[in-house]
Ligand binder design. Structure first.
Ligand code: NAG
Ligand code: NAG
Ligand code: NAG
Length: 487
Protein backbone atom coordinates (compact mmCIF):
# COMPACT_ATOMS: atom_id res chain seq x y z
CA UNK A 1 0.00 0.00 0.00
CA UNK A 2 2.68 2.48 0.99
CA UNK A 3 4.27 2.20 -2.38
CA UNK A 4 1.11 3.22 -4.22
CA UNK A 5 0.78 6.86 -5.12
CA UNK A 6 -2.05 8.92 -3.72
CA UNK A 7 -3.62 9.01 -7.14
CA UNK A 8 -3.67 5.27 -7.47
CA UNK A 9 -5.71 5.23 -4.27
CA UNK A 10 -8.05 7.93 -5.55
CA UNK A 11 -8.58 5.94 -8.69
CA UNK A 12 -9.30 2.83 -6.62
CA UNK A 13 -11.99 4.71 -4.70
CA UNK A 14 -13.59 5.90 -7.94
CA UNK A 15 -13.85 2.33 -9.20
CA UNK A 16 -15.40 1.18 -5.94
CA UNK A 17 -18.04 3.88 -6.07
CA UNK A 18 -19.02 3.16 -9.64
CA UNK A 19 -19.50 -0.56 -9.09
CA UNK A 20 -21.81 -0.20 -6.08
CA UNK A 21 -25.18 1.49 -6.43
CA UNK A 22 -24.50 4.55 -4.30
CA UNK A 23 -23.62 5.53 -7.80
CA UNK A 24 -21.61 8.48 -8.80
CA UNK A 25 -23.14 9.52 -12.09
CA UNK A 26 -20.42 10.22 -14.61
CA UNK A 27 -22.05 13.04 -16.49
CA UNK A 28 -20.89 16.19 -18.24
CA UNK A 29 -21.95 19.83 -18.00
CA UNK A 30 -24.19 21.29 -20.69
CA UNK A 31 -21.42 23.33 -22.29
CA UNK A 32 -18.84 20.52 -22.33
CA UNK A 33 -17.95 19.68 -25.94
CA UNK A 34 -17.42 16.21 -27.40
CA UNK A 35 -15.44 15.74 -30.57
CA UNK A 36 -13.02 13.68 -32.60
CA UNK A 37 -9.59 14.54 -33.99
CA UNK A 38 -7.51 13.90 -37.12
CA UNK A 39 -4.41 15.34 -38.80
CA UNK A 40 -3.87 16.36 -42.41
CA UNK A 41 -0.96 14.11 -43.31
CA UNK A 42 -2.62 11.09 -41.74
CA UNK A 43 -5.92 11.34 -43.63
CA UNK A 44 -5.86 13.69 -46.61
CA UNK A 45 -3.78 12.07 -49.32
CA UNK A 46 -3.80 14.21 -52.48
CA UNK A 47 -0.16 14.79 -51.62
CA UNK A 48 0.77 16.61 -54.85
CA UNK A 49 -2.61 17.72 -56.14
CA UNK A 50 -3.87 21.17 -57.09
CA UNK A 51 -0.65 22.96 -56.26
CA UNK A 52 0.25 21.31 -52.97
CA UNK A 53 3.99 20.97 -52.44
CA UNK A 54 5.65 18.14 -50.49
CA UNK A 55 5.96 18.28 -46.73
CA UNK A 56 8.86 16.71 -44.85
CA UNK A 57 6.67 13.65 -44.30
CA UNK A 58 5.93 13.23 -48.04
CA UNK A 59 9.59 13.50 -48.88
CA UNK A 60 10.84 11.53 -45.88
CA UNK A 61 8.56 8.58 -46.57
CA UNK A 62 9.16 8.65 -50.34
CA UNK A 63 12.92 8.65 -49.89
CA UNK A 64 13.00 6.08 -47.08
CA UNK A 65 9.97 3.77 -47.49
CA UNK A 66 11.54 1.11 -45.26
CA UNK A 67 11.05 3.36 -42.27
CA UNK A 68 7.33 2.55 -42.42
CA UNK A 69 6.32 -0.90 -41.11
CA UNK A 70 3.97 -1.73 -43.99
CA UNK A 71 5.69 0.55 -46.55
CA UNK A 72 2.53 2.65 -46.92
CA UNK A 73 2.84 6.42 -47.35
CA UNK A 74 0.80 9.60 -47.31
CA UNK A 75 -0.06 9.68 -51.02
CA UNK A 76 -3.68 8.56 -50.55
CA UNK A 77 -4.06 7.48 -46.90
CA UNK A 78 -7.75 7.79 -45.95
CA UNK A 79 -8.41 9.97 -49.03
CA UNK A 80 -10.06 12.82 -47.15
CA UNK A 81 -8.93 15.27 -49.83
CA UNK A 82 -11.50 13.63 -52.11
CA UNK A 83 -13.92 12.25 -49.52
CA UNK A 84 -14.94 15.33 -47.64
CA UNK A 85 -18.65 14.43 -47.71
CA UNK A 86 -17.93 10.96 -46.36
CA UNK A 87 -16.05 12.53 -43.42
CA UNK A 88 -18.94 14.88 -42.70
CA UNK A 89 -21.42 11.97 -42.74
CA UNK A 90 -19.39 10.12 -40.11
CA UNK A 91 -19.22 13.23 -37.93
CA UNK A 92 -22.99 13.66 -38.21
CA UNK A 93 -23.58 10.02 -37.31
CA UNK A 94 -21.44 10.44 -34.19
CA UNK A 95 -23.23 13.64 -33.23
CA UNK A 96 -20.03 15.43 -32.21
CA UNK A 97 -20.04 19.08 -31.21
CA UNK A 98 -16.58 19.77 -32.65
CA UNK A 99 -14.08 18.36 -35.11
CA UNK A 100 -10.37 18.89 -34.60
CA UNK A 101 -8.46 18.66 -37.90
CA UNK A 102 -5.19 20.13 -39.09
CA UNK A 103 -4.35 22.29 -42.06
CA UNK A 104 -1.51 21.26 -44.32
CA UNK A 105 0.87 24.24 -44.47
CA UNK A 106 2.24 23.02 -47.82
CA UNK A 107 -1.28 22.88 -49.29
CA UNK A 108 -2.01 26.50 -48.37
CA UNK A 109 1.48 27.99 -48.84
CA UNK A 110 3.48 25.64 -51.10
CA UNK A 111 6.71 27.63 -50.68
CA UNK A 112 6.09 27.92 -46.94
CA UNK A 113 5.93 31.70 -47.23
CA UNK A 114 3.15 34.12 -48.07
CA UNK A 115 4.36 34.68 -51.63
CA UNK A 116 2.74 31.42 -52.65
CA UNK A 117 -0.92 31.35 -51.54
CA UNK A 118 -2.58 28.33 -53.17
CA UNK A 119 -6.23 29.09 -53.87
CA UNK A 120 -7.18 25.42 -54.36
CA UNK A 121 -5.82 24.61 -50.90
CA UNK A 122 -7.75 27.46 -49.32
CA UNK A 123 -10.89 26.30 -51.17
CA UNK A 124 -10.60 22.76 -49.78
CA UNK A 125 -10.51 23.98 -46.19
CA UNK A 126 -13.29 26.48 -46.87
CA UNK A 127 -15.51 23.67 -48.12
CA UNK A 128 -14.69 21.57 -45.05
CA UNK A 129 -15.29 24.41 -42.59
CA UNK A 130 -18.53 25.48 -44.26
CA UNK A 131 -19.92 21.95 -44.31
CA UNK A 132 -19.05 21.49 -40.65
CA UNK A 133 -20.86 24.68 -39.72
CA UNK A 134 -23.87 23.81 -41.87
CA UNK A 135 -24.14 20.72 -39.68
CA UNK A 136 -23.59 22.59 -36.41
CA UNK A 137 -20.15 21.07 -35.89
CA UNK A 138 -17.58 23.50 -34.61
CA UNK A 139 -14.17 23.39 -36.32
CA UNK A 140 -11.03 23.31 -34.16
CA UNK A 141 -8.00 23.85 -36.37
CA UNK A 142 -4.47 22.67 -35.69
CA UNK A 143 -2.05 24.81 -37.69
CA UNK A 144 0.92 22.48 -37.50
CA UNK A 145 0.72 18.70 -37.09
CA UNK A 146 4.24 17.54 -38.09
CA UNK A 147 4.01 18.27 -41.84
CA UNK A 148 6.43 21.14 -42.37
CA UNK A 149 6.73 22.29 -46.01
CA UNK A 150 9.86 20.77 -47.46
CA UNK A 151 10.89 24.19 -48.73
CA UNK A 152 11.30 25.35 -45.14
CA UNK A 153 13.28 22.29 -44.11
CA UNK A 154 15.80 23.16 -46.84
CA UNK A 155 16.72 26.19 -44.73
CA UNK A 156 16.85 24.35 -41.41
CA UNK A 157 13.17 23.91 -40.58
CA UNK A 158 12.37 24.17 -36.90
CA UNK A 159 16.02 24.85 -36.02
CA UNK A 160 16.16 28.06 -38.08
CA UNK A 161 15.18 31.03 -35.86
CA UNK A 162 13.39 32.57 -38.86
CA UNK A 163 10.77 29.82 -38.58
CA UNK A 164 9.17 32.02 -35.92
CA UNK A 165 8.28 34.64 -38.54
CA UNK A 166 7.39 32.11 -41.22
CA UNK A 167 4.92 30.56 -38.79
CA UNK A 168 3.50 33.90 -37.71
CA UNK A 169 2.89 34.82 -41.36
CA UNK A 170 1.29 31.42 -42.02
CA UNK A 171 -0.97 31.94 -38.99
CA UNK A 172 -1.91 35.38 -40.37
CA UNK A 173 -3.01 33.74 -43.63
CA UNK A 174 -5.13 31.21 -41.70
CA UNK A 175 -6.79 33.82 -39.47
CA UNK A 176 -7.56 36.09 -42.40
CA UNK A 177 -8.96 33.30 -44.60
CA UNK A 178 -10.77 31.15 -42.03
CA UNK A 179 -10.98 33.11 -38.77
CA UNK A 180 -14.42 34.51 -39.54
CA UNK A 181 -15.68 30.94 -38.98
CA UNK A 182 -12.94 29.15 -36.98
CA UNK A 183 -12.99 30.09 -33.30
CA UNK A 184 -10.69 27.45 -31.85
CA UNK A 185 -7.05 27.41 -32.94
CA UNK A 186 -4.24 25.12 -31.82
CA UNK A 187 -0.87 26.34 -33.07
CA UNK A 188 1.35 23.25 -32.70
CA UNK A 189 0.63 19.60 -32.01
CA UNK A 190 2.92 17.66 -29.65
CA UNK A 191 6.16 19.64 -29.98
CA UNK A 192 7.82 17.10 -27.73
CA UNK A 193 7.39 14.44 -30.42
CA UNK A 194 8.39 16.27 -33.59
CA UNK A 195 11.34 17.95 -31.87
CA UNK A 196 12.76 14.81 -30.25
CA UNK A 197 12.09 12.40 -33.10
CA UNK A 198 12.71 14.86 -35.94
CA UNK A 199 15.71 16.86 -34.74
CA UNK A 200 17.38 14.71 -32.08
CA UNK A 201 16.75 11.01 -32.62
CA UNK A 202 16.36 11.00 -36.41
CA UNK A 203 13.36 8.65 -36.37
CA UNK A 204 10.79 11.10 -37.83
CA UNK A 205 11.37 13.37 -40.84
CA UNK A 206 13.51 15.36 -41.35
CA UNK A 207 15.58 12.54 -39.77
CA UNK A 208 18.13 14.81 -38.15
CA UNK A 209 20.39 13.37 -35.51
CA UNK A 210 21.45 16.23 -33.23
CA UNK A 211 20.59 14.96 -29.77
CA UNK A 212 21.02 17.34 -26.87
CA UNK A 213 20.92 20.41 -29.12
CA UNK A 214 18.39 19.95 -31.93
CA UNK A 215 15.39 19.16 -29.70
CA UNK A 216 16.08 22.17 -27.46
CA UNK A 217 16.38 24.55 -30.43
CA UNK A 218 13.21 23.12 -31.96
CA UNK A 219 11.19 23.63 -28.77
CA UNK A 220 12.62 27.13 -28.29
CA UNK A 221 11.48 28.19 -31.75
CA UNK A 222 8.16 26.41 -31.30
CA UNK A 223 7.20 28.35 -28.16
CA UNK A 224 8.34 31.62 -29.73
CA UNK A 225 6.39 30.90 -32.92
CA UNK A 226 3.35 29.91 -30.89
CA UNK A 227 3.47 33.13 -28.86
CA UNK A 228 3.97 35.21 -32.01
CA UNK A 229 0.88 33.66 -33.60
CA UNK A 230 -1.07 34.21 -30.37
CA UNK A 231 0.00 37.88 -30.01
CA UNK A 232 -0.81 38.52 -33.67
CA UNK A 233 -4.32 37.16 -33.13
CA UNK A 234 -4.87 39.35 -30.08
CA UNK A 235 -3.61 42.42 -31.88
CA UNK A 236 -5.21 42.02 -35.27
CA UNK A 237 -8.13 39.58 -35.05
CA UNK A 238 -9.43 38.78 -31.56
CA UNK A 239 -11.77 41.76 -31.21
CA UNK A 240 -13.60 40.93 -34.40
CA UNK A 241 -13.27 37.15 -34.58
CA UNK A 242 -13.59 36.40 -30.84
CA UNK A 243 -11.79 33.05 -30.98
CA UNK A 244 -9.31 31.28 -28.74
CA UNK A 245 -5.73 30.23 -29.44
CA UNK A 246 -3.84 27.50 -27.59
CA UNK A 247 -1.17 24.84 -28.10
CA UNK A 248 -1.36 21.05 -27.81
CA UNK A 249 1.07 19.33 -25.43
CA UNK A 250 1.32 15.60 -24.79
CA UNK A 251 2.79 13.47 -22.07
CA UNK A 252 2.40 10.30 -20.04
CA UNK A 253 1.38 10.59 -16.39
CA UNK A 254 4.30 9.73 -14.11
CA UNK A 255 3.74 7.36 -11.18
CA UNK A 256 6.29 6.36 -8.57
CA UNK A 257 6.48 3.00 -6.82
CA UNK A 258 8.35 4.61 -3.94
CA UNK A 259 6.07 7.64 -3.78
CA UNK A 260 8.96 9.86 -4.81
CA UNK A 261 6.97 13.07 -5.24
CA UNK A 262 10.06 15.15 -6.01
CA UNK A 263 10.94 12.86 -8.91
CA UNK A 264 7.36 13.00 -10.20
CA UNK A 265 7.43 16.79 -10.11
CA UNK A 266 10.77 16.85 -11.90
CA UNK A 267 9.45 14.52 -14.61
CA UNK A 268 6.36 16.70 -15.09
CA UNK A 269 8.51 19.82 -15.47
CA UNK A 270 10.81 18.19 -18.01
CA UNK A 271 7.94 16.71 -19.93
CA UNK A 272 5.04 19.21 -19.85
CA UNK A 273 6.87 22.18 -18.29
CA UNK A 274 9.52 22.36 -21.01
CA UNK A 275 6.85 23.71 -23.37
CA UNK A 276 4.10 24.78 -20.94
CA UNK A 277 6.10 26.64 -18.27
CA UNK A 278 7.15 29.46 -20.64
CA UNK A 279 3.51 29.91 -21.72
CA UNK A 280 1.25 29.03 -18.79
CA UNK A 281 3.24 29.56 -15.56
CA UNK A 282 3.16 32.71 -13.47
CA UNK A 283 6.92 33.26 -13.79
CA UNK A 284 7.42 32.34 -17.43
CA UNK A 285 10.65 31.02 -18.90
CA UNK A 286 11.82 27.43 -18.83
CA UNK A 287 11.33 25.40 -15.62
CA UNK A 288 13.97 26.29 -13.04
CA UNK A 289 15.06 22.67 -12.73
CA UNK A 290 15.82 22.49 -16.46
CA UNK A 291 17.70 25.78 -16.58
CA UNK A 292 19.86 24.62 -13.68
CA UNK A 293 20.46 21.02 -14.69
CA UNK A 294 20.89 21.41 -18.46
CA UNK A 295 23.17 24.38 -17.73
CA UNK A 296 25.29 22.29 -15.34
CA UNK A 297 25.43 19.38 -17.75
CA UNK A 298 26.47 21.68 -20.59
CA UNK A 299 29.25 23.22 -18.50
CA UNK A 300 30.46 19.76 -17.49
CA UNK A 301 30.63 18.88 -21.20
CA UNK A 302 32.91 21.90 -21.68
CA UNK A 303 30.43 23.94 -23.70
CA UNK A 304 30.42 27.72 -23.95
CA UNK A 305 26.67 27.93 -23.36
CA UNK A 306 23.73 25.84 -22.19
CA UNK A 307 22.16 23.47 -24.67
CA UNK A 308 18.84 24.78 -23.34
CA UNK A 309 18.67 28.17 -25.10
CA UNK A 310 18.73 31.24 -22.89
CA UNK A 311 15.34 32.95 -22.92
CA UNK A 312 15.80 36.67 -22.35
CA UNK A 313 13.44 38.91 -20.40
CA UNK A 314 11.57 40.33 -23.32
CA UNK A 315 10.90 36.91 -24.85
CA UNK A 316 9.85 35.61 -21.42
CA UNK A 317 7.27 38.38 -21.10
CA UNK A 318 6.12 37.97 -24.67
CA UNK A 319 5.53 34.22 -24.26
CA UNK A 320 4.12 34.21 -20.74
CA UNK A 321 0.32 34.21 -20.82
CA UNK A 322 0.22 33.65 -24.57
CA UNK A 323 -2.65 31.14 -24.63
CA UNK A 324 -6.40 31.00 -24.08
CA UNK A 325 -6.50 27.27 -23.38
CA UNK A 326 -4.26 24.26 -22.85
CA UNK A 327 -4.62 21.41 -25.37
CA UNK A 328 -3.79 18.08 -23.70
CA UNK A 329 -3.08 14.88 -25.60
CA UNK A 330 -3.23 12.07 -23.04
CA UNK A 331 -2.81 8.38 -23.85
CA UNK A 332 -0.83 6.57 -21.20
CA UNK A 333 1.14 6.56 -17.93
CA UNK A 334 4.54 5.31 -16.76
CA UNK A 335 6.20 4.32 -13.54
CA UNK A 336 9.41 6.27 -13.22
CA UNK A 337 12.67 5.89 -11.30
CA UNK A 338 16.03 7.63 -11.52
CA UNK A 339 18.18 6.25 -14.32
CA UNK A 340 21.79 5.40 -13.70
CA UNK A 341 24.15 8.14 -14.91
CA UNK A 342 26.66 6.65 -17.30
CA UNK A 343 29.89 8.60 -17.76
CA UNK A 344 30.46 9.79 -21.31
CA UNK A 345 26.93 9.17 -22.55
CA UNK A 346 25.77 11.27 -25.49
CA UNK A 347 24.03 14.43 -24.28
CA UNK A 348 20.30 14.46 -25.00
CA UNK A 349 17.05 15.63 -23.46
CA UNK A 350 16.53 12.06 -22.30
CA UNK A 351 19.88 11.92 -20.56
CA UNK A 352 19.27 15.35 -19.06
CA UNK A 353 16.02 14.05 -17.53
CA UNK A 354 17.73 10.84 -16.41
CA UNK A 355 14.56 8.87 -15.81
CA UNK A 356 13.90 5.19 -16.41
CA UNK A 357 10.35 4.25 -17.33
CA UNK A 358 8.31 1.10 -16.84
CA UNK A 359 4.67 0.06 -16.86
CA UNK A 360 2.37 -1.71 -14.46
CA UNK A 361 1.59 -5.33 -15.35
CA UNK A 362 -2.09 -4.65 -14.63
CA UNK A 363 -2.35 -1.98 -17.33
CA UNK A 364 -3.95 -3.26 -20.51
CA UNK A 365 -1.75 -2.88 -23.59
CA UNK A 366 -2.94 -1.57 -26.97
CA UNK A 367 -1.48 -2.59 -30.34
CA UNK A 368 0.99 0.30 -30.05
CA UNK A 369 3.97 -0.70 -27.95
CA UNK A 370 3.89 2.62 -26.04
CA UNK A 371 0.18 2.60 -25.23
CA UNK A 372 -1.08 1.15 -21.93
CA UNK A 373 -4.43 2.06 -20.43
CA UNK A 374 -4.10 4.04 -17.22
CA UNK A 375 -7.20 6.23 -16.87
CA UNK A 376 -6.20 7.32 -13.35
CA UNK A 377 -3.20 9.00 -14.95
CA UNK A 378 -5.52 11.29 -16.89
CA UNK A 379 -7.19 12.50 -13.68
CA UNK A 380 -3.79 12.95 -12.10
CA UNK A 381 -2.55 14.98 -15.07
CA UNK A 382 -5.64 17.21 -15.09
CA UNK A 383 -5.26 17.85 -11.36
CA UNK A 384 -1.59 18.77 -11.81
CA UNK A 385 -2.42 21.17 -14.67
CA UNK A 386 -5.08 22.78 -12.49
CA UNK A 387 -2.65 23.34 -9.64
CA UNK A 388 0.36 24.27 -11.76
CA UNK A 389 -1.26 26.65 -14.24
CA UNK A 390 -3.95 28.39 -12.24
CA UNK A 391 -6.82 26.22 -13.43
CA UNK A 392 -6.32 27.12 -17.07
CA UNK A 393 -9.06 25.98 -19.44
CA UNK A 394 -8.13 22.54 -20.79
CA UNK A 395 -9.29 20.87 -23.98
CA UNK A 396 -8.43 17.20 -24.17
CA UNK A 397 -7.38 17.33 -27.80
CA UNK A 398 -6.49 13.63 -28.14
CA UNK A 399 -7.07 10.35 -26.29
CA UNK A 400 -7.49 6.99 -27.97
CA UNK A 401 -6.68 3.31 -28.39
CA UNK A 402 -5.00 1.28 -31.15
CA UNK A 403 -5.75 -2.25 -32.33
CA UNK A 404 -5.68 -4.28 -35.56
CA UNK A 405 -8.75 -2.56 -36.95
CA UNK A 406 -11.39 -5.11 -35.92
CA UNK A 407 -15.01 -3.93 -35.99
CA UNK A 408 -15.68 -5.46 -32.57
CA UNK A 409 -13.39 -2.99 -30.84
CA UNK A 410 -14.19 -3.72 -27.22
CA UNK A 411 -10.74 -2.54 -26.14
CA UNK A 412 -11.46 0.91 -27.57
CA UNK A 413 -14.90 1.02 -25.93
CA UNK A 414 -13.49 0.19 -22.51
CA UNK A 415 -10.66 2.71 -22.90
CA UNK A 416 -13.07 5.44 -24.00
CA UNK A 417 -15.49 4.82 -21.12
CA UNK A 418 -12.76 4.53 -18.49
CA UNK A 419 -11.08 7.75 -19.57
CA UNK A 420 -14.30 9.75 -19.90
CA UNK A 421 -15.27 8.72 -16.36
CA UNK A 422 -12.02 10.25 -15.14
CA UNK A 423 -12.73 13.42 -17.12
CA UNK A 424 -16.17 13.66 -15.50
CA UNK A 425 -14.55 13.14 -12.09
CA UNK A 426 -11.94 15.82 -12.83
CA UNK A 427 -14.69 18.32 -13.68
CA UNK A 428 -16.47 17.48 -10.41
CA UNK A 429 -13.12 18.10 -8.65
CA UNK A 430 -13.06 21.60 -10.14
CA UNK A 431 -10.73 21.04 -13.09
CA UNK A 432 -11.48 23.49 -15.89
CA UNK A 433 -11.97 20.95 -18.69
CA UNK A 434 -14.19 22.15 -21.50
CA UNK A 435 -13.91 19.48 -24.18
CA UNK A 436 -12.74 16.04 -25.26
CA UNK A 437 -11.68 14.91 -28.72
CA UNK A 438 -11.28 11.19 -29.31
CA UNK A 439 -8.36 10.13 -31.49
CA UNK A 440 -9.41 9.30 -34.10
CA UNK A 441 -12.43 9.71 -36.35
CA UNK A 442 -11.17 6.95 -38.63
CA UNK A 443 -8.20 4.67 -39.17
CA UNK A 444 -5.31 6.61 -40.62
CA UNK A 445 -1.62 6.62 -41.45
CA UNK A 446 -0.07 6.08 -38.03
CA UNK A 447 3.35 7.59 -38.85
CA UNK A 448 6.11 4.96 -38.72
CA UNK A 449 3.54 2.23 -38.10
CA UNK A 450 1.67 2.95 -41.34
CA UNK A 451 -1.71 1.20 -41.23
CA UNK A 452 -0.55 -1.62 -38.94
CA UNK A 453 -1.98 0.16 -35.89
CA UNK A 454 -5.47 1.56 -36.13
CA UNK A 455 -7.01 4.23 -33.91
CA UNK A 456 -10.27 4.87 -35.75
CA UNK A 457 -13.83 4.79 -34.54
CA UNK A 458 -14.46 4.00 -38.22
CA UNK A 459 -12.60 1.30 -40.12
CA UNK A 460 -10.95 2.39 -43.37
CA UNK A 461 -10.61 -0.16 -46.17
CA UNK A 462 -7.23 0.77 -47.66
CA UNK A 463 -7.75 -1.72 -50.49
CA UNK A 464 -10.84 0.02 -51.85
CA UNK A 465 -10.19 2.86 -54.30
CA UNK A 466 -12.57 5.22 -52.52
CA UNK A 467 -11.28 4.17 -49.09
CA UNK A 468 -14.71 3.09 -47.86
CA UNK A 469 -15.35 3.36 -44.15
CA UNK A 470 -17.35 1.17 -41.75
CA UNK A 471 -18.53 2.09 -38.27
CA UNK A 472 -16.91 -0.02 -35.57
CA UNK A 473 -18.84 -1.04 -32.47
CA UNK A 474 -17.41 1.96 -30.60
CA UNK A 475 -19.31 4.42 -32.83
CA UNK A 476 -22.69 3.57 -31.25
CA UNK A 477 -21.16 3.71 -27.77
CA UNK A 478 -19.58 7.13 -28.27
CA UNK A 479 -22.74 8.43 -29.96
CA UNK A 480 -24.77 7.39 -26.90
CA UNK A 481 -22.31 9.01 -24.52
CA UNK A 482 -22.50 12.23 -26.52
CA UNK A 483 -26.29 12.30 -26.75
CA UNK A 484 -26.89 11.32 -23.10
CA UNK A 485 -23.90 13.37 -21.85
CA UNK A 486 -23.23 10.52 -19.49
CA UNK A 487 -20.93 7.50 -19.41
C1 NAG B 1 3.14 10.01 -0.64
O1 NAG B 1 3.80 11.18 -0.17
C2 NAG B 1 2.96 12.25 0.13
C3 NAG B 1 3.81 13.48 0.41
O2 NAG B 1 4.87 13.17 1.26
C4 NAG B 1 2.03 11.88 1.27
O3 NAG B 1 1.16 12.94 1.56
C5 NAG B 1 1.25 10.65 0.86
O4 NAG B 1 0.45 10.20 1.93
C6 NAG B 1 2.16 9.51 0.40
N1 NAG B 1 1.36 8.45 -0.16
C7 NAG B 1 1.61 7.18 0.05
C8 NAG B 1 0.71 6.23 -0.65
O5 NAG B 1 2.52 6.78 0.76
C1 NAG C 1 -27.81 -1.75 -8.89
O1 NAG C 1 -28.20 -1.23 -10.15
C2 NAG C 1 -28.50 -2.22 -11.09
C3 NAG C 1 -28.75 -1.55 -12.44
O2 NAG C 1 -29.51 -0.40 -12.28
C4 NAG C 1 -29.72 -3.04 -10.59
O3 NAG C 1 -30.02 -4.05 -11.52
C5 NAG C 1 -29.37 -3.65 -9.26
O4 NAG C 1 -30.50 -4.31 -8.73
C6 NAG C 1 -28.89 -2.59 -8.28
N1 NAG C 1 -28.40 -3.22 -7.06
C7 NAG C 1 -28.68 -2.79 -5.86
C8 NAG C 1 -28.02 -3.51 -4.74
O5 NAG C 1 -29.43 -1.85 -5.64
C1 NAG D 1 -11.59 28.35 -16.80
O1 NAG D 1 -10.87 28.94 -17.85
C2 NAG D 1 -11.44 30.12 -18.35
C3 NAG D 1 -10.63 30.53 -19.55
O2 NAG D 1 -9.26 30.56 -19.27
C4 NAG D 1 -11.45 31.17 -17.26
O3 NAG D 1 -12.05 32.34 -17.75
C5 NAG D 1 -12.23 30.64 -16.08
O4 NAG D 1 -12.16 31.54 -15.01
C6 NAG D 1 -11.68 29.30 -15.64
N1 NAG D 1 -12.56 28.73 -14.64
C7 NAG D 1 -12.16 28.47 -13.41
C8 NAG D 1 -13.19 27.84 -12.52
O5 NAG D 1 -11.05 28.73 -13.00
Amino acid sequence: MESKSAIAILCFIAVQVSSSNVTTVYDFPEKFKFGVATAAFQIEGGWNEDGKSPSIWDTGVHEQPDRIDDRTNGDITSDSYHQLDRDIEMLIELGVQFYRFSISWARVLPNGDVSSLNKAGVDYYNRLINKLLENSIEPMVTMYHYDLPDELQKIGGMTNPQIVEYFENYADVLYSNFGDRVKLWATFNEPHEYCNYGYAKATYPPFISAPGVGEYLCIDHTVKAHASAYRLYKKKYARKQKGKVGIVINGAAPFSRTNDTALIERALQYRFGWIAHPIYSKLGGYPEVMVKEVGENSRAEGRAWSRLPHMDRSWKQFIRGAADFFGLNYYSARYIEPAEKIAGQTPSWENDVGIKESVDPSWKKAKSDWLYSSPGGLLKTLQWLKKEYNNVEVFITENGWSDDGQLDDDGRIEYLQDHLRQVSQAIKDGCNVSGYAHWSLMDNFEWLRGYTERFGLYYVNTRSPGRTTTAKKSVAVYRDIISSRQV
